[in-house]
Design a protein around this ligand. Structure first.
Ligand SMILES: *Cc1c(COP(=O)(O)O)cnc(C)c1O
Length: 255
C-alpha cells in the first residue's frame, strides 16, 4: 500500500513527478548533466523555469499584468518582505491564527498594524465575515487557509486596497480569482513541491509601490527583474560554455 504523509507538509508528490525528478538528477533531458549541476544560464534550465511559470499561469488563470517568481527563505521570510516593501504608515491584517499572528509580528517592525478582523475570541475556529475594509491602509493581509486550525476563505474578498494573501496551504486546491489580489505567495512545500522554494505572484503595479529603500534581496523588484535568478537557483555555479575558462576541476565536472 502506498504510504501517505497527512502532515501539513511536505506535500506528497505523484510518483510520475518523483520518477521524472530522479531521472533528471542523474541526467537531465539527455544533456549528460544532472539537473542539480546544470547551470541556470543554460536554455535547458530556462526551460524548467519557464515551464513552471507557464503551468502556474495556466492552472491559476494568472492575468498578464502579474509577475511570478520563486525565491528562497520560505513563506516566513515573506512575513517581513511584505511590510518592508509595502507598509508605509499602516497596514490592515486579519488575524485568523498562528500564521497571521507571525505575519502581524513582523509587520510591526515597519509601521502600524490595524487588526481589521479576528477570530481569536473563539480560538480561531471561524473566518471573520462582513468586516469593513478601511481605505486608508496600505494593504490588507490575509492568510487564506489557516493550516493549523483548518479554517479557510471559500471566496475571494473584494478589497478597496491591495489585497495580499498567504496561500501556502491551499494554493491550487480551489480556483482563485487572482485579479482580486495584489500579491499571492506561499511556501511551495505544503501543496506544490518539495521544501526550499517560495512562490510569489505579484501584480505589476505593486512593483512601483515599494515604500522605502531596501536591501537588494528584500526588494520585490530584484526577483522580478532577475527572473527568479538573483540567487543561483540550483547548485552548479557555471555553465558548460563558461566552464572552459574556469577552474580545471570545474571544467571536468561540467563535462
Ligand atoms: C507552513 C506555513 C507557513 C510557513 O512556511 P515556511 O515556508 O516554512 O516558512 C506560512 N504560512 C502558512 C499558511 C503555512 O501553512
Amino acid at each position: 500500500m502506498k504510504k501517505y504523509n497527512f502532515n501539513a507538509g511536505p506535500s506528497i508528490l505523484p510518483n510520475v513527478a518523483l520518477e521524472a525528478a530522479a531521472k533528471a538528477i542523474i541526467d537531465f533531458d539527455g544533456t549528460g548533466l544532472s539537473l542539480l549541476s546544470i547551470s541556470h544560464r543554460t536554455k535547458e534550465f530556462e526551460g524548467v523555469l519557464e515551464e513552471a511559470k507557464s503551468l502556474f499561469k495556466e492552472l491559476l488563470n494568472i492575468p498578464d499584468n502579474y509577475s511570478i517568481y520563486f525565491v528562497g527563505g520560505g513563506a516566513s521570510t515573506q512575513f517581513f518582505h511584505i511590510p518592508a516593501n509595502f507598509l508605509k504608515t499602516k497596514a490592515g491584517y486579519v488575524n485568523t491564527g498562528v500564521w497571521s499572528k507571525k505575519a502581524i509580528k513582523e509587520a510591526k517592525y515597519y509601521g502600524e498594524v490595524e487588526i481589521i478582523a479576528s477570530s481569536e475570541d473563539r480560538n480561531f475556529t471561524y473566518i471573520p465575515k462582513g468586516f469593513d475594509i478601511p481605505s486608508d491602509i496600505d494593504y490588507l493581509y490575509i492568510c487564506s487557509n489557516n493550516t493549523i486550525y483548518g479554517t479557510e476563505y471559500k471566496t475571494d474578498l473584494d478589497s478597496p486596497v491591495p489585497l495580499i494573501a498567504d496561500m501556502s496551504s491551499d494554493i491550487l486546491s480551489r480556483p482563485v480569482d487572482v485579479s482580486k489580489y495584489a500579491m499571492i505567495y506561499g511556501g511551495a512545500q505544503k501543496n506544490l513541491a518539495p521544501a526550499g522554494v517560495t512562490f510569489v505572484i505579484i501584480r505589476n503595479d505593486m512593483l512601483e509601490r515599494v515604500v522605502r529603500p531596501l536591501p537588494t534581496m528584500v526588494n520585490v523588484n530584484t526577483h522580478v527583474a532577475n527572473n527568479s535568478m538573483f540567487n543561483t537557483p540550483c547548485s552548479m555555479p557555471r555553465s558548460t560554455a563558461t566552464a572552459s575558462s574556469a577552474a580545471p576541476s570545474r571544467r571536468r565536472t561540467a563535462r
